[in-house]
Design a binder for this molecule. Structure first.
Ligand code: SF4
Length: 472
């Protein structure tokens, strides 16, 4: 191996407990495991059955997010959760965290939120770490220059018991985004354009490093949006090298190092960026200057196009498999080839999820909605990704902007990102959603999802059809 290393290789090598021989998995030390109510119960039960404890409970952090309702929550009252299965999962997490000594942010707590917002906002997510969670979008944490991976339930248990994980070696991919984004183009448009280019399997086996001028200019919140959707390109993780933007975001946060420890940490973090001359297995280029707002038309995140396009004709795809996939997607989405994407009427706009419901996202959307009213045929849900984001947004008066425009202002949770709580699409209902998955039924059985940025979401709510702020 070359002595020039990529960011991902440096972080990986610093965590090898026992190397695997000839492509066999390495045993990797895990710095932080995040937990939520859906994928942790079996893991805790496995520990209990085998009479084990958590090796490092202090390196675990739990929150309630997937199953929590986003209306009528006044505290941590379990009876606010009407669905029995959901209530049982949340109750079980509370019992498990108490028994095994894990810090938990329950529904109604000022620190509660979606697991991938809670880690960064508390400063638990830091550069150079290995972070896992039983949730695909753990890739979000790579925005800090950490390796963030979603894992399965048996692996969650393994980490609980040993604080290590056996992981296969990976390939490296550089996605270079050059130039400067135009006004109205955001991180969500970058990542939708990347996935449209490389496909939902394009990142398979790779850890992607997002690089280039357009990436370096992004805020931490925008970087999280990009890394969040790495998994939608099939990648094992997505990363962005830590820099001054990263350090400024982290300094002073609850779990960030303090004093001399902070100085030592920053000195280490500055060694992490990819060495000059290091080679990637795969390199992809995206022209940031040329990007415009992107939306998806189909049923996977790779089926996206610039908003100014028309619904594609399946016959225009090259392979038979792609033709068949497009035809199936259009049937489910009830769309006709040739229709301008801007003509697609939207029933529901969802501004939420771990992809796009942080402060910056809410500010962008509120900027579009201020002084405007949403279309009478469209409803809009605004669901902050954490209680802290909600508090801050209310301090800035953003809740008033959303309410005055006719949107619903909710409490924090995964909400309509997935059909696992009361916020769901009805069969046939069509959404413009700032979340990350548009699979059949993802937002509720029979629901149809178009993935969009917060700016496009807000403009769409006003127009009643897919639109950008410039269209208003
Ligand atoms: S918001 Fe969606 S993608 Fe994110 S953690 Fe919740 S369910 Fe998963």
């Amino acid at each position: 191996m070359s002595d020039k290393l990529t960011l991902a290789e440096k972080v990986w090598h610093d965590h090898v407990v026992a190397p695997g021989a000839d492509g066999e998995p390495d045993l990797i030390y895990i710095d932080l495991q995040l937990l939520h109510e859906v994928t942790s119960p079996q893991a805790f039960e496995g520990l209990r059955m085998s009479g084990r404890t958590l090796r490092r409970p202090d390196l675990h952090l739990a929150t309630e997010d997937h199953n929590v309702p986003t209306v009528g929550v006044v505290g941590g009252n379990l009876l606010d959760i009407k669905d029995l299965t959901s209530r049982t999962q949340v109750a079980t997490l509370r019992k498990n965290c108490e028994e095994f000594g894990v810090r938990l942010y329950p529904m109604g707590d000022v620190k509660q939120g979606i697991v991938h917002t809670v880690g960064p906002q508390s400063g638990a997510t830091q550069p150079g770490m290995t972070i896992v969670c039983g949730d695909s979008h753990t890739s979000t944490h790579g925005a800090f220059g950490s390796i963030g991976m979603g894992i399965g339930t048996s692996e969650v248990e393994h980490v609980m018991a040993t604080q290590t994980l056996s992981l296969k070696p990976f390939k490296t991919m550089a996605v270079e985004v050059s130039g400067t984004l135009r006004e109205g183009v955001t991180a969500k448009d970058i990542i939708l354009a990347i996935i449209a280019k490389i496909g939902t399997g394009g990142g398979q086996g790779h850890i992607i490093e997002y690089r280039g001028e357009a990436i370096r200019k992004l805020s931490m919140e925008a970087r999280m949006t990009i890394c969040n959707m790495s998994i939608e390109a099939g990648a094992r993780a997505g990363m962005i090298a830590p820099d001054q933007t990263t350090f400024d975001y982290l300094e002073g946060r609850e779990f960030a190092p303090k004093g001399a420890d902070w100085d030592a940490a920053v000195a280490y973090w500055k060694t992490l960026p990819t060495d000059e001359g290091a080679e990637f297995d795969t390199v992809v280029h995206i022209d940031g200057d040329a990007l415009t707002p992107y939306v998806t038309w189909g049923t996977n995140p790779g089926q996206g196009l610039p908003l100014g396009s028309r619904v594609p004709d399946p016959e225009d795809f090259i392979t038979d498999a792609a033709k068949a996939a497009a035809a199936k997607a259009l049937k489910y989405m009830d769309l006709t080839p040739g229709t301008p994407l801007r003509d697609i009427a939207i029933d529901t706009v969802f501004l939420g999820s771990c992809t796009n419901a942080r402060m910056e996202d809410l500010r962008l959307a509120a900027g579009v909605l201020r002084g405007r009213h949403i279309n009478p045929n469209t409803r809009m849900l605004v669901v902050p990704s954490s209680a802290e984001v909600k508090r801050q947004a209310e301090e800035e008066g953003l809740d008033e902007v959303f309410r005055a425009a006719g949107a619903e202002w909710r409490t924090a949770g995964c909400s309509m990102c997935l059909g696992m709580n009361p916020d769901q699409l009805a069969p046939g209902e069509r959404s413009a959603s700032t979340s990350n998955r548009n699979f059949e039924g993802r937002q509720g059985p029979g629901g149809r999802t178009h993935l969009v940025s917060p700016l496009v979401a807000a403009a769409t709510a006003v127009a009643g059809h897919l639109a950008a702020p410039a269209d208003l």
